[in-house]
Design a protein around this ligand. Structure first.
Ligand code: HEC
Ligand code: HEC
Ligand code: HEC
Ligand code: HEC
Ligand code: HEC
Ligand code: HEC
Ligand code: HEC
Length: 421
C-alpha cells in the first residue's frame, strides 16, 4: 500500500488519471460518497431486543488498524464455521480415532469438504452416529471443540482437538463412553460468539434451540462496544466530526462496569440469574456492556476462597481483584495490562512494562536475583505463575485426567515457585 502510494506521488500523470477514473466511476456507479444522505447498511444478525449487528467490514473505513489487528485475536478466532481443509495435515499424520473405555470407537473423517465424527459399536461396520463438525469452538491455543446442528438444535461433538492440532481427545468433561448428544446451551455461545439467537422454550428448561439464520460467530467489536449501526451511519454522513458519536464510551464507564464487560466471560461458569417477576431464568445474551452483571448471572459459589488453591477456569476476575495490586491501586481494570484489540500472548516484555509502570523499582533479595532461570524481563513468570486448573482437565491416555495449566491472576509473591511453564 505504502509502496503504491509513494509510486503515485512521484508519478503525477498516474495520479491525475486515477483521480479521473475515480470521479467518473463515482458518478457512474454512485460509490459510497460521504455526502450521501442515505447510508444503507445490511444487518447480518438481529438481537432479540431489536439491536442490529453489522459486519466488521463496516468499521474498516475509519478504524482499519484496529480491525486488522482484531482479526488476529483469540477472541475473534474463538468460533467459526469449520474449514475441513485446515485438517488435511492432522488427518494424514495422526490416528484419527478414539477408543473409549466402553469398547466403542469414534472415527474422524473427511467426506467432500466436510468433516464428520462416526461412532462405532463393537465390530459393527456401520456407524451408529454420523455427525458433522459444523462449528469450531476455540482459537486453537489449548484446544478446539466442535458443534453440530440437528435441525435447529445445537450439540457438541464428542471428540475435540488438543493444543494446536496435536491430536484428538475425548472432550473435557465427558466420561469415556459413547455420548454424542450433549446439548450446547446458550451460555456456552454467550462466551464464545458475538450472537447466537436462542429460542426460548415455553418451559423453564434451558434449551439448545437457536434461530440458525441469526448467528454471528467469533467475538467481534459489537460484543464489547454494543450497538454501532447508528455510529457508522452518523460518521459516514459527518466525516468532519472527530469525536465518536452514538457509541458507548469505555472512558465514561465506572471501574466496575469495565470489569463486568470482561467478567461476562472471564468469571467462571456462572449460571443465569432468576427473574422473580417473570418467573424464569434471565436468557443468555441479555447483558449489555454498562449493565450490572450481577443482575444477570448468579455469583460464582464454586471454588475455594483460598487463593493458593484457586478454581480458576476462566476466572481471572476474582483472582485479580483479590490481589494487592488491584486493592491498593486506583482504577485498575483488565485493560491496564491487556489491549483487547491485540494478540499479545507471549509478549512478556509488553506485560512487564505494565508492571514497571507502577513498580518503578523492585526490592528483590540477592537469593531471588541469583536464581537460575530467573527472567526479570518476565515479571509474570514468578508473580503470576501457571497453575493447574481444576475445572479444565483433559483425557490424554484414558488412565488419568491431565489438568490444563492456567495463568494465575492472583498477583503475589510465590517464593517456591518453579514457575517457568
Ligand atoms: C465513517 C467513519 C467511522 C466508521 C465507519 C466507524 N467509526 Fe467508530 N469512530 C469514528 C470516529 C471519527 C471516532 C472518534 C475518534 C476515535 O476514537 O477514533 C470513532 C470512535 C469509535 C469508538 C471509540 C468511542 C470512544 O470515544 O470511546 C469506538 C468503540 C468505535 N468508534 C467503534 C466503531 C465500530 C465497532 C465500527 C464498525 C462497526 C466503527 N466504529 C465504524 C468514525 C467511524
Ligand atoms: C463474549 C465473551 C468474552 C468477553 C466479553 C471477553 N472475553 Fe476474553 N476471552 C473469551 C474467550 C472465549 C477466550 C478464549 C478464546 C480462545 O482462545 O478461543 C478469551 C481469551 C482472552 C484472553 C487470552 C488471549 C490469548 O492470547 O489467548 C485475554 C487476555 C482476554 N480474553 C481478555 C479479555 C478482556 C481484557 C476482556 C474485556 C475487555 C475480555 N477478554 C472480554 C471470551 C470473552
Ligand atoms: C474484548 C472486548 C473488545 C472487542 C472485541 C473490541 N474492543 Fe474496542 N475497546 C475495548 C475496550 C475495553 C476499550 C477501552 C480500552 C481502554 O480502556 O484503554 C476499547 C476501545 C476502543 C476504541 C477507542 C480507543 C482506541 O483504542 O482507539 C476504539 C476506536 C475501538 N475500541 C474500536 C473497536 C473495533 C473497531 C473493534 C472491532 C474490530 C473493537 N474495538 C473490538 C474492548 C473491545
Ligand atoms: C463463562 C464463559 C465460558 C463458557 C460458558 C464456556 N467457555 Fe470455553 N472458554 C472460555 C474462556 C475465557 C476460555 C479461555 C481459557 C481461560 O482463560 O480459562 C475458554 C476456552 C475454551 C477452549 C480452548 C480454546 C483455546 O483455543 O485455547 C475451548 C475448546 C472451549 N473453551 C470450549 C467451550 C465449549 C464447547 C463451551 C460450551 C459447551 C464453553 N467453552 C463454555 C469461556 C467460556
Ligand atoms: C496500576 C498499578 C499496578 C500495576 C499495573 C501492577 N501493580 Fe503490583 N502492586 C501495586 C500496588 C499499589 C501494590 C501494593 C503496594 C506495594 O506492595 O507496592 C502492588 C503489589 C505488588 C506485589 C506485592 C504483593 C504482595 O502480596 O505482597 C507484587 C509482587 C506485585 N505488585 C507485582 C506486580 C506485577 C508482577 C505486575 C505486572 C504483572 C504488577 N504488580 C502490576 C500496583 C500495581
Ligand atoms: C497486572 C497485569 C494484568 C492485569 C490487570 C490483567 N492481566 Fe490478564 N494476563 C496478564 C499476563 C502477564 C498474562 C500472561 C500473558 C502470556 O502468557 O503471554 C495474562 C493472561 C491472561 C489470559 C490468558 C490466560 C491463560 O491462562 O493463558 C486471560 C484470559 C486474561 N489474562 C484475562 C484477563 C482479565 C479478564 C483481566 C481483568 C480481570 C486481566 N486479564 C487482567 C496480566 C494481567
Ligand atoms: C525469579 C522470580 C522473580 C522475577 C522474575 C520477578 N520477581 Fe518480583 N519478587 C520475587 C520474589 C521471590 C519476591 C519477594 C522478595 C524476595 O525474596 O526477593 C519479589 C518481590 C517483588 C515485589 C515486592 C517487593 C517490593 O519491591 O515492593 C514487587 C513489587 C515485585 N517483586 C515486582 C516485580 C516486577 C515488576 C518484576 C519484573 C520486572 C519482578 N518482580 C520479577 C520474584 C521475582
Amino acid at each position: 500500500m505504502l509502496i503504491i502510494f509513494k509510486h503515485l506521488v512521484t508519478n503525477r500523470l498516474a495520479v491525475r488519471t486515477l483521480l479521473l477514473v475515480w470521479v467518473l466511476s463515482c458518478t457512474m456507479f454512485s460509490c459510497n460518497s460521504y455526502n450521501s444522505e442515505f447510508v444503507e447498511i445490511e444487518p447480518i444478525a438481529t438481537h432479540s431486543n431489536g439491536m442490529e449487528y453489522i459486519g466488521m467490514q463496516s468499521c474498516v473505513e475509519c478504524h482499519q488498524d484496529i480491525v486488522e489487528s482484531h482479526k488476529n485475536t483469540s477472541h475473534y478466532k474463538t468460533s467459526f464455521e469449520t474449514a475441513a481443509s485446515a485438517f488435511d495435515s492432522i488427518l494424514k499424520t495422526q490416528p484419527n480415532e478414539i477408543n473409549l473405555k466402553d469398547g466403542t470407537k469414534i472415527v474422524i473423517n473427511k467426506k467432500g469438504n466436510k468433516l464428520f465424527q462416526d461412532f462405532y459399536v463393537l465390530d459393527n461396520p456401520t456407524p451408529v452416529y454420523h455427525t458433522p463438525m459444523d462449528i469450531t469452538i476455540g482459537s486453537g491455543f489449548r484446544g478446539q471443540s466442535f458443534l453440530y446442528w440437528n435441525e435447529d438444535r445445537l450439540f457438541q461433538n464428542q471428540a475435540s482437538i488438543i493444543g494446536s492440532m496435536e491430536g484428538w481427545i475425548n472432550s473435557p468433561g465427558y466420561a469415556s463412553r459413547m455420548n454424542n448428544t450433549r446439548p450446547v446451551v446458550p451460555r456456552c455461545m454467550e462466551c464464545h460468539s458475538t450472537y447466537t439467537a436462542p429460542i426460548e422454550s415455553s418451559t423453564n428448561r434451558v434449551s439448545n434451540e437457536y434461530d440458525i439464520n441469526n448467528v454471528l460467530l467469533g467475538i467481534d467489536c459489537q460484543r464489547c462496544h454494543g450497538e454501532v449501526k447508528e455510529h457508522v451511519v452518523f460518521h459516514k454522513k459527518n466525516p468532519e466530526e472527530k469525536v465518536g458519536q452514538h457509541i458507548l464510551k469505555y472512558s465514561e464507564l465506572t471501574q466496575k462496569q469495565k470489569i463486568d464487560a470482561c467478567a461476562l466471560c472471564h468469571s467462571g461458569f456462572r449460571q443465569p440469574a432468576w427473574d422473580p417477576e417473570k418467573r424464569k431464568f434471565i436468557p443468555s445474551f441479555s447483558y449489555q456492556v454498562g449493565d450490572a452483571l450481577d443482575d444477570f448471572l448468579i455469583k460464582n459459589n464454586r471454588g475455594s476462597k483460598d487463593n493458593s488453591d484457586p478454581e480458576i477456569h476462566a476466572n481471572q476476575i476474582k483472582l485479580l481483584t483479590d490481589s494487592k495490586c488491584f486493592k491498593m491501586s486506583e482504577n485498575m481494570d483488565c485493560a491496564t495490562c491487556h489491549d483487547p484489540h491485540k494478540q499479545e500472548r507471549g509478549d512478556f516484555q509488553n506485560f512487564s512494562l505494565k508492571c514497571i509502570s507502577c513498580h518503578q523499582s523492585q526490592e528483590h533479595s540477592p537469593k531471588t536475583l541469583n536464581l537460575a532461570n530467573a527472567n526479570f524481563n518476565d515479571c509474570a513468570s514468578c508473580h503470576m505463575p501457571f497453575v493447574d486448573s481444576k475445572a479444565m482437565k483433559i483425557d490424554l491416555n484414558l488412565k488419568e485426567l491431565t489438568p490444563v495449566r492456567i495463568r494465575n491472576h492472583f498477583i503475589s509473591i510465590y517464593p517456591d515457585e518453579n514457575s517457568l511453564p
